[in-house]
Design a protein around this ligand. Structure first.
Ligand code: APR
Length: 239
């Protein structure tokens, strides 16, 4: 498949070695905080200060200088630069480590922690400070309607049309650092497979869908992703 289109899906596992927590590992975020308290539109309507506090803490953690992209993020950016065909990077992560690792246009299907959205005018603004119920929208000056630009459970993920288009014509689908438990992302491997793509999982442990991957490489992302990218670029660029 010299140069055939590639779709990559990443999850929290790719950012784990950068110091950001995953969700469903034993020490993951959802082992300490309930999704229903902080990650649904109902939670925000019920107690928006509680939701702001949760995302403010995660935003501050992401902006900690000790949190930097790791070798896996950089390897995917190298793949984007060195691969002759199309590469679409789709991430479930709301951090900006793919961008800081050199990726050009990751599709943040679950939104971005460093952006805020006004529920009054709908405008999205880059945001690195805390959000509160009193925060004013820079565009319409309405106060009290700013929310994290994050897709909560029960909401529709972003960029789905572009992602679906890429899945039906990709020749290689690579899943990295995701437990494959949240749809629609968890269904992407089956869609790519149905379209005839080779499917590869690079993960600390096999996810719930071992029957769907042609190849599964187990290990830490910062080790197995650079190795996989190097081998892929070598094979592709010598054909
Ligand atoms: N290297 C590679 N994989 C790792 C590493 C690592 N260093 N550490 C953990 N993993 C793997 C875990 O084995 C697990 O399979 O990363 C996966 C993380 O799974 P989750 O915590 O469920 O995260 P994710 O799949 O991204 O969650 C999907 O759920 O809560 C929502 O919106 C949230 O985007 C998130 C979505």
């Amino acid at each position: 498949m010299a140069g055939g289109p590639i779709v990559i899906l990443t999850g929290a596992g790719i950012s784990r070695e950068s110091g950001l927590e995953t969700f469903r590992d034993k020490d993951g975020l959802w082992s300490r905080v309930s999704i229903d308290e902080v990650a649904t539109p109902e939670a925000f309507a019920r107690d928006s200060e509680r939701v702001h506090a949760f995302y403010n803490a995660r935003r501050r953690q992401l902006l900690n200088p000790e949190v930097q992209p790791n070798a896996a993020h950089r390897a995917l950016a190298e793949l984007e630069r060195g691969y002759p065909g199309d590469v679409l990077l789709v991430t479930q992560n709301i951090d900006d480590l793919h961008e800081r690792g050199g990726s050009v246009a990751p599709q943040h299907m679950h939104g971005e922690l460093l952006k805020a959205r006004c529920t009054c005018c709908g405008r999205t603004t880059p945001w690195r400070d805390d959000l509160a119920t009193t925060t004013r929208c820079p565009a319409c000056d309405h106060s009290g309607g700013m929310r994290p630009h994050v897709v909560w459970f029960g909401e529709i993920p972003l960029s789905m049309e572009r992602i679906q288009q890429a899945l039906i014509c990709c020749e290689l689908f690579i899943s990295i650092g995701t437990s494959g438990q949240v749809y629609p992302a968890a269904g992407f491997v089956a869609e790519a497979r149905a379209a005839g793509a080779r499917t590869v999982e690079l993960n600390l442990e096999r996810s719930v869908g071992p029957g769907l991957f042609d190849q599964q490489v187990e290990g830490s992302a910062s080790e197995i992703v650079p190795a996989f990218v190097a081998s892929l670029l070598t094979v592709t660029n010598t054909q």
